[in-house]
Design a protein around this ligand. Structure first.
Ligand code: UT7
Length: 332
């Protein structure tokens, strides 16, 4: 127990990726780009794409099953499911569909939208319910299918994104393993990265107009988002480490939102964290938005790099603009 209430442990992780691979050579047949440009500027070689029949809920449920198996937790014992996503199958939310498909009959479920920061924001949200003693067993999923919203003729954005899902189980625990966090937003920079509502006027009766629902593809000012990330991410990690009463040299693994290898390198450099401690799988999956942190976390655990007790500094950043960091120890 910590002073605030129940301690928290992250006891399971799992991920799911679609089968279809789109590599940089495919993209160079679609837009004026090259494997060389994409790899040099982003570090991405290929990404996975969900096919037209696939659903976000199925992919998220597959990741959730693996995380729960690792935690040794049965779906009926879940109290809460949080789905961090910007690309729900249903604008009303997809968390309840996942609850039904898992058979998590005792869990309340809802979606949380904070773009590429969604997983970290979800972790902090889940923590509030556990700390206060309201819930003991929480499933947090980060999942996105940005391929549905990419403009495949825009070379500035279409080379960046991929689809995927990752999940963690967070449980009340005697030892508190969530050591510190900090989350931030700045709506003044909202225009830098958008998946905007496209209002098309429809007159439903004389004199009464409404807008007909539709969304535009993703638009981004890459340079601005890049600058923002490189400046704000080290700051927010430093702040979360301060709350955790830790210094950067005590961090075992830097687990950043996988947006661009150059951003990962620059953040690590600013924090003076050596590159061996930076987890990356960007070259295989691209930017999978809310899924990227649990995807790379799962890979780190599966590969035996991350061990129980290791200190992880995670940080997400993206549209909103939003950014945040959570510092936690892996395992019970
Ligand atoms: O999830 C969080 C959200 N996203 C991010 O974190 C993305 C942050 N931004 C970035 O990662 C980088 O800004 C990009 C990878 C998007 C772009 O890299 P850059 O080094 O900032 O390139 P740029 O936008 O300054 O573009 C340089 C040139 C331009 O040509 P001109 O104007 O110099 O002739 C672009 O038109 O590269 C051109 N360009 C491309 N060329 C070949 C842009 N995209 C491509 C492309 N292939 N795919």
């Amino acid at each position: 127990m910590n002073q605030l209430g129940a301690g928290i442990a992250i006891t399971g992780v799992g991920s799911a990726k679609p089968e279809t691979v789109l590599d940089n050579h495919h993209l160079s047949q679609m837009v004026e780009t090259s494997d060389e440009w994409i790899q040099t500027r982003t570090g991405i070689r290929q990404r996975r794409l969900l096919d037209a029949q696939g659903s976000l809920s199925e992919m998220a449920s597959a990741a959730a099953h693996k995380a729960m198996a690792m935690a040794g937790l049965s779906p009926v014992n879940l109290d809460l499911i949080i789905l961090a996503t910007s690309t729900a199958d249903d604008l009303f939310g997809s968390a309840c569909q996942i609850q039904a498909s898992l058979g998590a009959s005792n869990a309340v479920a809802f979606d949380l939208t904070a773009a590429c920061s969604g997983f970290v924001f979800g972790m902090v949200t889940a923590a509030q319910f556990i700390r206060t003693g309201v819930y003991r067993n929480v499933l947090l999923i980060g999942a996105d299918v940005l391929s549905r919203w990419v403009d495949w003729s825009d070379r500035c954005t279409c080379v960046l994104f991929g689809d995927g899902a990752g999940a963690v189980v967070m449980q009340a625990n005697q030892q508190d393993r969530l050591l510190g966090f900090e989350i931030r937003s700045d709506g003044n920079q909202n225009g830098s990265l958008k998946l905007a509502y496209d209002a098309r006027t429809q007159e439903i009766v004389k004199g009464v107009t409404v807008s007909r629902g539709c969304y535009q593809p993703i638009t981004m000012n890459g340079k601005e988002v890049y600058r923002f990330a490189v400046q704000k991410v080290p700051e927010v990690i430093d702040k979360a480490l301060f709350w955790a009463n830790l210094t950067t040299d005590q961090v075992d693994w830097l687990v950043l939102h996988q947006a661009n290898q150059r951003i990962l390198d620059a953040v690590a450099q600013r924090l003076k964290i050596p590159s061996e401690k930076v987890l990356t799988n960007l070259s295989n999956y691209g930017n999978t938005s809310a899924a990227s942190i649990p995807l790379v976390l799962d890979e780190g655990v599966q590969q035996g790099k991350i061990k129980p007790g290791d200190i992880i500094a995670a940080s997400g950043f993206g549209a909103g603009l939003t950014w945040g960091s959570a510092i936690f120890q892996w395992g019970r």
